[in-house]
Design a protein around this ligand. Sequence first.
Ligand SMILES: Cc1cc2nc3c(=O)[nH]c(=O)nc-3n(C[C@H](O)[C@H](O)[C@H](O)COP(=O)(O)OP(=O)(O)OC[C@H]3O[C@@H](n4cnc5c(N)ncnc54)[C@H](O)[C@@H]3O)c2cc1C
Length: 413
Amino acid sequence: MPERFDVVVAGAGPAGAQCARDVAARGYDVVVLETEPEAEFPRQSNKSTGGTFPSMMASFNVPDEVVMNFTDNVVIESPNDYFVQHNPGAVLDFGAFKRFLVEDSREKGAEYWFDARVSKPIIEDGEVVGVRFNGSEEVYADVVVDATGPAAPLAKALDVCDLDRNNQAIGIEYEFEGVAIDHDEYADLHDAMMLRLDHEYAPGGYSWIFHTGEDTAKVGLCYIRNDSYQRYSEVDRTIDGYLDHWLETDPRFEDATRIEGRQHRGSAHIQPPASLSTDNFMAVGDTVPTIDPLWGEGIHKGMKSGRAAAITIDNCFSRSEPDTSAEALSTYDDLWHEDVAPRMNSRLRMTHLLYLAPNDRYDRLLADLNRLDHDTLTRANDGDLRAITKLLHLRDLPVLARFLNQYYRSGSA
Ligand SMILES: Cc1cc2nc3c(=O)[nH]c(=O)nc-3n(C[C@H](O)[C@H](O)[C@H](O)COP(=O)(O)OP(=O)(O)OC[C@H]3O[C@@H](n4cnc5c(N)ncnc54)[C@H](O)[C@@H]3O)c2cc1C
């Protein structure tokens, strides 16, 4: 007989593991099915730089042991300028962080089945009642949560998400030692997370250096495969080729060497969610997708979505007549739009606009960032149109025209 749980979660990433952690803490039976083997976990799914902020660490009780380096500043670079903002953060060891989430949710009562690749939902009388994994194996539950990141086998089968290849951002990163963290020609990157806007190294995206201690750093880049990427890319250069090009031409990497076995790569979709839930089913994290489109902050967002799903589950189970219908689970949709990823559409618009701008515009943007007050910048980052207008110039009209053209053609406006 297949086993039965209150909740089945597919995927032990930050979103799924956090959902299981909260569901188990409320006393429900929950099992997480993870495709990777436990002995090597996380292997391919060890994909993230792990840059995060104190609000995430405090809200989710994440211990300092999984932090590689506490940072003081966020630095934004353009080809010829930089902007430094004091903003405390933490660079996680993403693998250790994922293992902590598993361990902690197990202590709260969650079960984990590793080596369990989820393939599709089990549907009875038109409703999801469980999942199939490893070919023909089955497990049943009142609520099923897809937290498999961009793989999304359940959400796709149920038409809850429509992840579009044209909106896919791809990322790659290596950890290095021997990096010149405080090079004369650049900002001092000691205890900093640096993001660089420069199409030469990341066409239609950005590259980064996150300091992890002494002369070590995480160095990577990501870009969206969209019109901007087409416009600024070198036709025959792969993402690895772009990283090599940066490593070869930036003097900060002259004496840098790769640290064996420390590479991370993956993808996420930069688009609004089609929907988030249906009868007996919710999708969380990058499956939806929940990641912040502008700077790729997906860990905190994903965990918040896992928590919103757990709150909804508790709400549905604790009614006098437990109800996991689409209508009851739509509380999750409300929480997602209000608390997890508010203003998603305006942040998407800012993202498209930012990555359509040419390199010389990035220099001007940084000059403006250095000129404007903190309050205006915070509001602009939150998508406030009046604050964003302060960052626009007359010479931006061609970029704006291209943006509007692309936006209306894609039907996103
Ligand atoms: C190169 C790179 C750098 C990044 N840097 C940052 C950063 O600095 N800060 C930040 O906040 N975010 C960053 N992100 C984004 C962040 O890592 C993701 O948004 C976050 O990991 C999403 O969490 P998730 O739980 O939704 O999905 P995932 O992390 O993708 O986890 C999904 C889990 O499901 C498992 N799985 C997949 N398919 C199946 C299946 N069929 N059956 C069972 N299990 C399955 C996977 O093995 C994995 O464990 C980065 C991403 C990349 C690619």
